[in-house]
Design a protein. Structure first.
Length: 170
């Protein structure tokens, strides 16, 4: 009896597994378009387009300092935390910073990985943030996206912060 049951299970898994795998492929081109729109909205200081990428303009997102960056920051402020939650740290606060800054801002992405099932997706990549063309920090960034009736929206994101060491004048 157990041999028959095992044969049935193998048959069913072979029969239905391909269709389940096909359904698990996310719409990579549409998700890639969200990533590119995020990047260009920062470059162009386009607040409405940037905020339109999110489920809500004030959803929380979270950074975490690398241990090395924490040591560097604590040199100037021993009260700094590795993981600090700030409700003002959200898409609106970020794009307001970008738009209000005299310096140009850019975020570059590499090693992009996209996974999902067509309705939810996660995106992970290496990033570098540039101010006036100079890298200020870099790390790994992770997004959670959901597919709405109007397309993919960013639900939240988290990223590590590794500060670029300031070059000291000799």
């Amino acid at each position: 009896m157990s041999r028959t049951l095992a044969s049935i299970l193998v048959f069913l898994s072979a029969t239905f597994a391909p269709s389940l795998c096909d359904a698990a492929v996310p719409d990579r081109s549409a998700i890639s378009a969200v990533i590119e729109s995020f990047r260009t909205a920062i470059l162009q200081r386009d607040k409405p387009r940037f905020l339109g990428l999110f489920v809500a303009p004030d959803l929380p997102w979270q950074s975490v300092l690398s241990d090395e960056s924490l040591v560097e920051i604590r040199g100037g402020d021993p009260q700094k935390d590795k993981l600090r939650f700030n409700p003002k740290n959200n898409p609106t606060g970020f794009i307001d910073f970008v738009v209000g800054s005299k310096a140009t801002s850019e975020e570059t992405f590499s090693n992009v990985e996209i996974d999902g099932d067509g309705d939810v997706a996660n995106v992970a990549f290496d990033y570098t943030f540039l101010s006036d063309g100079r890298a200020t920090n870099f790390g790994k960034e992770c997004w959670l996206l959901v597919r709405s009736e109007t397309g993919w929206k960013i639900m939240t994101l988290a990223w590590s912060v590794r500060l670029v060491q300031k070059q000291r004048a000799e």
